[in-house]
Design a binder for this molecule. Sequence first.
Ligand code: SF4
Length: 210
Amino acid sequence: MLRKDIDFFANTLYDMYTDAKTELEYNNDFQLLIAIIMSAQTTDKQVNKVNLVFFKKLIWPKDWVKMWIENIKENINTISFFNNKAKNIFKTCEILTKQNLDEFDTIKKLTILPWVWIKTAKVFLSITRDAPYLAVDTHVHRVLNRVWLVKTKTPKDTDKIVEKIFTKQNLANLHHSLILFGRYHCTAIRKPKCKNCPFLDKCNYKYKNI
Ligand code: SF4
C-alpha cells in the first residue's frame, strides 16, 4: 500500500465500522479512565468482567479512596499488573477527589496522573472529546506494518509516525475502526481474513491467507 492510498484505507475502515466504539463498559468519564488504565496488557473483556460488579459500587473517585489498596487489589487480581494498577488507580483517585477530571483535557495534563500513559490519554480524549488521536496498540501497529503504511519495530515507533502520515480526519476515522479491524479481521494469532479484505490487492503482507 502506498501513502496515496491512505484516504482510501481510512475511509474504507470507517465505512466497515461506522458504529464502532470502545468495547470497555463504563457509566461516566471517570469510570472510563479507570477502565482504560486497567486495560493495559489486559483484554477489554476481562476488564469488563471485573468491573461488572466493581463499577456498581465505585462510581466516583471518593468511592475508591474509601477502599483500602489491598481491597482494590483483591477485586482486580484477575487482571495483569494488578498490584501496580491498584496502587496507581488509588493515587489517581486521590488526585481526582481534589481536582475535577474535566480539567485534565490534554495529553500533557492527563499524563500527570499515575499510570496514565500517552496511549491511555489518547484513548480517553478520543472517546470523551472526539479528539483526533489514534492510540497505537499492538493491533494498530501490526496492521499498519502488514499493509506497509509504516515499517516500524514497536508500537512506540509507530506512534511517533502516525500523526505525520495521517490527516486529523483520517485519525478520527481510524481511532476505533483500526483497532477493531486488527482485533477481528487482520488478526494476529488466528489467520487473517484476507479473502474478504478490501485491502487484499494493496496489502504487502507476505503471509496473506489466500
Ligand atoms: S489482506 Fe490480509 S494481511 Fe492484508 S490487511 Fe487484509 S487481512 Fe490483513
